[in-house]
Design a protein around this ligand. Structure first.
Ligand SMILES: [Zn+2]
Length: 497
């Protein structure tokens, strides 16, 4: 429609506006009180002229009930805040493109609940969170250049409960969920870059303690499950997963997942360490790139760029040992177990040679063979295996306690073609070097505008059978484990193994 429809009903009063202006900004605030207690609501909308909004509000003796429908295209922003005696509930929708949203909320001075059904095409971001006393729970979902559908709930009263069931397809997607209690913070995030799909079903609760159920899939493969959250929740740890994937057009993309159970103090410190300006988009951007909230960005626009994941191996000489799963899947790829083992060992030595510490074990104990070794299960063994991944090339799953890594598994996609000859197919040693970079604490550089020119780094895109570290890889690993001695300084930067 050419004009704008804005209709609002309060009790028996109906306000109906049709405005032909190119854009409309509306702010609505009201409260309902009884006996000295009240609940209140404030909303602000920036609506495109193609957008219609209808809202029905009933105020009665301290209670508020509200039903809102918005439909439109163009650029729209809907912000809503509902508060009572000891709670606040915030609901933000930013969209560029087609939008359809239906929201129902009910509030009293003591409690509130909100249900929302959102669909959109284009780019959209959704943030819905609640705070009650020191407890918080909330959720985020966003998609760029795609489509999203999300059913969301949030309630505050006896604890804070948040849930979302979200499906999306696009060029970039993100979901996040968290619950915070006095003592602990439990968070789960997932995202992808490059044309892909994601589906997420997440429920988080802060009620004395933080609890959650979750499942997140990218390209139809489930990467985050209840068991992962139970594991991190039980052990107070962080599980982080970062992978390279081929998107539907064959271009390389990435995905990452993180589940973390943190001390409340550490969580608050993480939030404080986020960049002050544009904190929300910056933290989301960091997540999308590397799966970690606590990335350290150094040397922006400098050829020695690196990013840290927020963990390291802390033994004086970690001597990390690796296990290659030499099973039938490996053999079916035409990969010789010894040649593959040597390629992975050479990848580990590449990092080891750049640092002062003895980061990886030496000689024959570095990579051993075990056909029954397990990935995707925490057993304190660092297993490299070939397995079928839908859409993925390789991923690393790392477990850490308070920034101390204890296990890191690497999975190579058995649906891709691999070789160890340094010429054909995907090069095992090059991919192993990149993935082991994650194992020891480095994050991906690709997909980030500020690192577009840093293509010499191992932690950038896969670029054929490149096997030597770039200056940023070297700077990053040395920041974590100290520089290698003078002998290595001369030769290591340009050594090709
Ligand atoms: Zn990576």
């Amino acid at each position: 429609m050419a004009g704008k429809l804005f209709r609002m009903t309060i009790n028996c009063f109906i306000i109906l506006c049709i405005i032909a202006a190119p854009a409309l900004s509306i702010s609505i605030s009201f409260y309902s009180a009884k006996g000295g207690v009240s609940s209140s609501s404030s909303e602000s909308f920036d609506l495109d002229d193609s957008t219609s909004l209808q809202e029905d509000i009933t105020l009665n003796s301290g209670q508020i009930s509200l039903d809102r429908q918005a439909e439109g295209t163009g650029k729209n922003s809907l912000k809503q805040s509902i508060s009572g005696n000891s709670y606040v509930l915030n609901n933000d929708i930013e969209s560029q493109g087609r939008l359809s949203v239906s929201t129902s909320a009910a509030a009293s001075p003591q409690a509130a609940s909100l249900s929302q059904d959102v669909a959109g095409a284009g780019s959209m971001s959704l943030t819905l969170c609640g705070t009650q006393g020191s407890g918080e729970a909330g959720q985020e979902a966003s998609v760029s250049y795609g489509a999203i559908g999300s059913v969301q709930d949030l309630s505050v009263g006896e604890g804070v409960f948040a849930s979302q069931s979200t499906e999306m397809a696009g060029l970039e997607g993100y979901v996040g969920m968290g619950a915070v209690s006095d003592e602990r913070a439990l968070v789960a995030t997932g995202g992808f870059l490059g044309a892909g799909t994601m589906s997420a079903s997440l429920s988080f609760e802060s009620k004395g303690t933080a609890n959650a159920v979750a499942s997140v899939s990218v390209d139809g493969k489930r990467w985050l499950e209840d068991e992962d959250l139970k594991n991190v929740n039980r052990n107070g740890m962080v599980m982080s997963l970062e992978g390279l994937r081929a998107d539907q057009t064959g271009n390389l993309g990435t995905f990452s997942m993180r589940a973390a159970d943190l001390d409340r103090a550490d969580y608050d410190a993480e939030l404080r360490s986020r960049p002050a300006s544009n904190a929300e988009s910056a933290s989301k951007d960091e997540f999308l790139q590397d799966g970690a909230i606590t990335s350290t960005i150094l040397y922006l626009n400098n050829p020695s760029a690196y990013l840290l994941k927020g963990w390291k191996w802390t033994a004086p000489d970690p001597q990390i040992k690796l296990i290659l799963k030499n099973d039938a899947v490996l053999a079916s790829k035409g990969l010789d177990a010894d040649a593959t083992k040597n390629a992975i060992a050479a990848a580990a030595d590449t990092w080891d040679n750049a640092v002062a510490k003895n980061l990886f074990a030496d000689g024959n104990s570095l990579v051993t063979l075990d056909p029954g070794a397990k990935v995707d299960a925490q057993d304190n063994k660092n297993v490299h295996a070939w397995a079928s991944i839908s859409g993925g090339l390789a991923y690393t799953r790392t477990y850490a306690y308070s920034g101390v890594a204890v296990e890191s598994d690497v999975v190579y996609n058995s649906n891709a073609n691999w070789a160890t000859d340094g010429v054909n197919n995907y090069d095992v040693q090059a991919v192993a070097t990149h993935e082991l970079g994650h194992t020891i604490g480095l994050a991906d550089l690709y997909g980030k505008a500020q690192f577009e020119s840093d293509t010499d780094e191992m932690m950038h895109y896969y670029a054929g059978p490149r096997r030597s570290l770039g200056p940023g890889d070297r700077a990053g690993v040395q920041a974590l484990y100290g520089p290698s001695g003078p002998l290595y300084c001369m030769s290591a930067p340009y050594t090709t193994l």
